[in-house]
Design a protein around this ligand. Structure first.
Ligand code: SAM
Length: 247
């Protein structure tokens, strides 16, 4: 049985797709997807030796060696172009995730890939920005709470009309706020365009927490006389105001 977080990732993978899970650790996700009959074959990629060996053992124990290839390597280097329909990356920071996607894209590893399911632990907006810039339509997002932690899961698909659909998705006019186009888009990039359209309790929990952190930083900076600190505080203040309005 998968954790709620990984189950949410698994749920977005389209039935019948060959998949690759990058940073797979114990290969829990691909093992599940094969056993559930959702994917015909999979690649589990791991950079580090420990997790790579754990994945090898897990896959052998499950008797899935024929259909699930465990490979050691950096990011998407472990997949061959055209080998996979879906790529999942879960449980790492958004910045690393974006680097993996960008390097893979440059090396042609995303050619033929139809969907990406991504679960960054932090820095979600970096991932949304990359998807937007690269013409991946953000089809759906979800947010789950597990053991006191909150996770966001994104499902992106390659489509001809991605640019037009994304333009609509990141148009902040539906928000009850007076925002410029740019500010609206920035807010949606940060908080999630789907998540903001149908807000769940976990979304409020997450951003109330972030607001709290910002407030603390703001108060701490109150003592500083440096102009740089004052400017920074002004930025934080604006961000706090915006968050408060949305929440
Ligand atoms: N994907 C699993 C999950 O969500 O439960 C495991 C997440 S684990 C916290 C992150 C894994 O990514 C680690 O096993 C780590 O070794 C691996 N990793 C980190 N950087 C990587 C990279 N550049 N390429 C492949 N794997 C990487």
């Amino acid at each position: 049985k998968l954790s709620r977080r990984l189950q949410a990732v698994a749920d977005y993978v389209t039935s019948g797709h060959r998949m690759a899970d990058i940073g797979s650790d114990h290969a829990m996700l691909p093992v599940y997807l094969l056993q559930a009959g959702k994917c015909p074959s999979a690649v589990a990629g791991e950079l580090n030796k420990g997790p790579y060996e754990a994945a090898r053992k897990q896959v052998a124990d499950a008797g899935l060696n024929e259909r699930l290839a465990v490979r050691q390597g950096n990011g998407l280097a472990v997949v061959r172009a055209g080998e996979t329909d879906a790529v999942t990356i879960a449980g790492m920071g958004g910045s690393l995730m974006r680097d993996i996607l960008e390097t893979g894209r440059k090396e042609g590893k995303l050619e033929g890939v139809k969907e990406l399911v991504l679960q960054p632990n932090v820095g979600e907006e970096l991932v949304r920005e990359w998807l937007f810039e690269q013409g991946w339509y953000l089809k759906a997002e979800s947010i789950v709470e597990e053991d006191g932690k909150i996770y966001e899961i994104m499902h992106a698909v390659k489509s001809e009309d991605a640019a037009a659909r994304n333009a609509e998705l990141y148009d902040g006019r539906f928000l009850p706020l007076e925002l410029s186009r740019e500010a609206g888009r920035a807010l949606l990039m940060r908080m999630g365009p789907h998540l903001l359209r149908s807000p769940q309790p976990a979304l409020f929990t997450k951003w109330r927490g972030e607001l709290h952190k910002l407030e603390r930083i703001w108060w701490q900076m109150g003592d500083s006389e440096l102009p740089e600190a004052a400017r920074k505080r002004e930025r934080y203040r604006e961000e706090m105001n915006r968050l408060e309005e949305v929440l």
